[in-house]
Design a protein around this ligand. Structure first.
Ligand code: COA
Length: 263
């Protein structure tokens, strides 16, 4: 737990769980909460884990940027705030291991932008998604619009930012925003199951696949194919890949050594 108790970091199995704990304000992303999240990312448990799961409370993953903090800020301060939050979410996106958002309740504005910075989103049936920014005279600007366009395309991104108020979990899933929808209260458990699977895979291969896929949308076809081949060439030399091939030809189970979470 950080000093003010705004963010809890705990190891759970092979995962590290980062919990937003400003529940009485529906995890509104105040400067202090953003700072605590940035500090949490530096904790040794995060680096040692095979998967990082971000979660909030029962009523809200997060209801977005702290509107009351914004009220008295001048445009320069608001820009600085957003640059700051964008920086934290970039660090989330750049974590080498897979990341999952376990979502219950409101997932709005900056909360959705944080969830979009993770690799997977598991939502329970209570989850409600939305980007209310334009309605209050601003725009999503912690990387969310860019990520939405990459994830869903220009037309869908415009629909979500400009036309839609709230989306339920099933609709968010059918649009491709959410990886999986689970029963109310089950998002964290399901995320931990996914984390176990991910952490059981060879760590280097997982990190390389994640990074290569993240680069693909901005790559030409030629660059993307070259990236794949280079990644393969590098991974084929790893002890994990050699052992897997040997075990297959020797018809025996493979000895596991480089799983995510191991040294
Ligand atoms: N910023 C600051 N405080 C927020 C907040 C936000 N984004 N979202 C919720 N809170 C606070 C409320 O002010 C309230 O605090 P209080 O009890 O001290 O008055 C507390 O969290 C509970 O929220 P409340 O509005 O009473 O809950 P609700 O169930 O009636 O409504 C929401 C929930 C999410 C619909 C509503 O809080 C809301 O619209 N929040 C703002 C969402 C938003 O615009 N986010 C994007 C900002 S870019």
């Amino acid at each position: 737990m950080n000093e003010e108790g705004l963010v809890e970091v705990r190891s759970q199995g092979s995962a590290c769980v980062i919990i937003l704990r400003r529940e009485r304000k529906l995890n509104a992303l105040s400067t202090a909460l953003e700072g605590a999240l940035a500090d949490a990312l530096e904790q040794p448990e995060v680096g040692a884990s095979g998967c990082v799961v971000f979660t909030g409370g029962e009523r809200a993953f997060s209801a977005g940027a702290d509107v009351s903090e914004m009220r008295d800020q001048d445009p320069a301060a608001i820009l600085a705030y957003y640059r700051g939050t964008g920086g934290v979410y970039e660090r989330v996106a750049e974590l080498p291991q897979p990341t999952i958002s376990a979502i219950a309740g409101y997932c709005l504005g900056g909360g959705l932008e944080l969830a979009l910075a993770t690799d997977f989103r598991v939502a329970d049936r209570s989850a409600t998604f939305g980007l209310p920014e334009v309605g209050i005279g601003i725009v999503p600007s912690s990387g969310g619009m860019h990520r939405l366009v990459r994830m869903l395309g220009v037309a869908r991104a415009k629909e979500l930012v400009l036309l839609r108020d709230r989306l339920g979990a099933d609709e968010a899933h059918s649009l491709g925003l959410v990886t999986e929808v689970v029963a109310e209260g089950a998002a964290l458990d399901r995320s931990l199951e996914m984390a176990d699977r991910l952490a059981g895979l060879p760590r280097t291969a997982v990190a390389v696949a994640k990074q290569a896929i993240d680069y693909m949308p901005e790559s030409s076809r030629e660059a993307g194919l070259a990236l794949e081949r280079l990644a393969y060439g590098m991974l084929a030399q790893t002890p994990d890949a050699r052992e897997a091939a040997r075990a297959f030809t020797e018809k025996r189970p493979k000895r596991r050594r480089g799983q995510a979470g191991s040294a």
